[in-house]
Design a protein around this ligand. Structure first.
Ligand SMILES: NC(=O)c1ccc[n+]([C@@H]2O[C@H](COP(=O)([O-])OP(=O)(O)OC[C@H]3O[C@@H](n4cnc5c(N)ncnc54)[C@H](O)[C@@H]3O)[C@@H](O)[C@H]2O)c1
Length: 255
């Protein structure tokens, strides 16, 4: 007889659970934080933007534990995880979301320092934070991780974003491999957003002509919102996705 795993919606699921969101002070990470708090979770929010973290804390009070953490630094990650566990008792869910585009450069011109920075923030951080997460206590047998890849993993992204696109391809592979490592104790999936109107590419999005050009090649004819990506993240993190692991889900308007 098979054990029964009833399908659940995310409503009620996150009550009294603890989640960690990296890069949670703005954009997609903040939208996921807002939804998880709304669903009853307590959320650790890590970011390098102290001002935005303070806004998040003002909005959610002690439902969140905000901390200035550079996820590219392993020691900082381990120390912040210790503080999070001391405060909330454990951590059940993880969104590896912190990311940067980096300075636009072709492979031909790539500067070693900048390459290291993009690889560290977008890729090595996922190893550091996932490792700390796995070692942290949790009373749950259904822990879950969602990583932020991108459709740039398969499209190559904009010319000049080769380092970024490379890290997002690697995040897709990392997701599949980590899902095997952690099964059956935890599920691991990734999202591949298309073009989402956040601050990550402020310079590009500031020009309405760019937005129009990008929207014209998206089947749904518009950019996505952080809230739409957050809905997909919350679903994958929740028991409503209990039989899904090791996949990358596009949130891209059909692109
Ligand atoms: N917006 C898009 O079009 C899009 C598309 C595909 C994938 N993504 C991915 O989604 C994730 C979130 O991006 P977003 O669009 O919300 O951008 P965003 O710039 O609004 O948010 C990213 C957050 O990460 C934080 N951050 C940057 N470096 C950090 C570090 N070293 N340590 C801790 N925090 C750090 C930033 O301060 C910021 O708050 C990223 O991984 C990004 O690559 C975004």
């Amino acid at each position: 007889m098979q054990q029964s795993h009833s399908a659940a919606t995310s409503v009620g699921y996150f009550q009294d659970r603890v989640a960690l969101v990296t890069g949670g002070a703005s954009g997609i990470g903040r939208a996921v934080t807002d939804k998880l708090v709304g669903l009853g979770a307590r959320v650790g929010v890590w970011d390098i933007n102290a001002e935005r973290l303070a806004e998040c804390r003002t909005a959610h009070g002690d439902r969140v534990m905000t901390a200035v953490v550079n996820v590219a630094e392993r020691k900082a990650v381990d120390a912040a995880m210790e503080a999070l566990v001391a405060n909330f008792g454990g951590v059940d869910h993880l969104l590896n979301n912190a990311g940067i585009i980096g300075t636009r450069m072709t492979a031909e011109d790539m500067n070693e320092l900048e390459l290291d920075r993009v690889l560290s923030v977008n890729l090595k951080s996922a190893f550091y934070v996932s490792s700390a997460f796995i070692r942290a206590p949790s009373a749950r047998e259904d822990r879950s991780v969602v990583n932020l890849s991108s459709i740039a993993a398969r499209t190559g992204g904009m010319v000049g974003n080769i380092a970024y696109a490379t890290t997002k391809g690697a995040i897709a592979s990392f997701t599949v491999a980590l899902a095997k490592e952690l099964a059956p104790k935890a599920r691991v999936n990734a999202l591949a957003p298309g073009v989402i109107n956040t601050e990550i590419q402020q310079d590009v999005f500031a020009d309405p002509a760019n937005i129009e050009a990008m929207a014209s090649v998206i089947p749904l004819k518009r950019l996505g919102t952080a809230a739409e990506v957050a809905d997909a993240a919350v679903w994958l993190l929740s028991g409503a996705a209990s039989y899904i692991t090791g996949v990358v889900v596009d949130v891209s308007g059909g692109r």
